[in-house]
Design a protein around this ligand. Sequence first.
Ligand code: DGL
Length: 313
Amino acid sequence: MQNSIEHTNHAQHADAFQIGTDIGSSAFDNAPIGIFDSGFGGLTVAREIVEELPNESIIYFGDTARCPYGPRSQEEVDGFVQQICTWLVERGVKLLVIACNTATAAGLEHAQRTFSVPVIGAVEPGARAAARATKNRRVGVIATKGTVESDCYPRAIRHIDAGITVFSTATPKFVDIVEQGIRISNGPIEDLTSRASKVYIRPAFQEIAQDYLEPLRRCGVDTLVLGCTHYPMLKALIGGVMGHGVLLVSSAEEMAKDVRETLALRGQLAAPDNTPTHEFFTSSNAVDDFRSFGSRVFNREIERPVHVDLPEL
Ligand code: DGL
């Protein structure tokens, strides 16, 4: 019953889903895209998807109550992925986006086997962007402990070009820095992420970034994958240490293109006259925080996020 239309709250989505699958590639499908992350980070991906595909409806789930995923075991995170994907599929989504590298590393393949809708993860698109960008074929990857230990980025990059040497480092404190920064600041996210940011560009954070990144810089990488959906918010801090010669690559834009391509191939893009809806759910009780911090990362007003109690696994 993974793709059960009976379970959906969105009758119109269910109808549209059936149209899309019934009459093939000339059809449109106004069902929503399901996107999830351990918290706010995946909103950097949701933002790209909405920009790339403005007619599409989305349902975003932020598992803020269980964030961070990074230090948890692969088995535990895989269980979260199964649980959240099931919840989204029951709401009639036509495609799932795992907008979290840690969750992709732990649960993408299992999710692709379990659910009948396509599932897009964060790792392969980021690996592809890095393999395309590198000139000297030396690529750095920074990510959470879970992502680095899974070895998914080196495998994905070498699968594309076996001649690329990959250097990976876990940079877990960057997740805390992003979370702290967004809580102690106001205003547009662009101010936060710019080189002039007083929030992220401060000596204590620069010291942490220096410790993490200096060894990678010394390896002579010309491309650095920001292998965590939180990290694009630290572009200025990270770029400041790595220097101008190193290109910073994140998955978000590439994932949005994959979503477009997958839906187009399946004849499931939303109709040009669709009125899209953006719905947000969080496992945390702090719904107001989710609305105010999330709106800044998403770069659009998040109206009425809804708390969802996921049963303990
Ligand atoms: N956003 C998650 C990722 O892309 C990291 C945050 C966490 O540890 O939950 O890996």
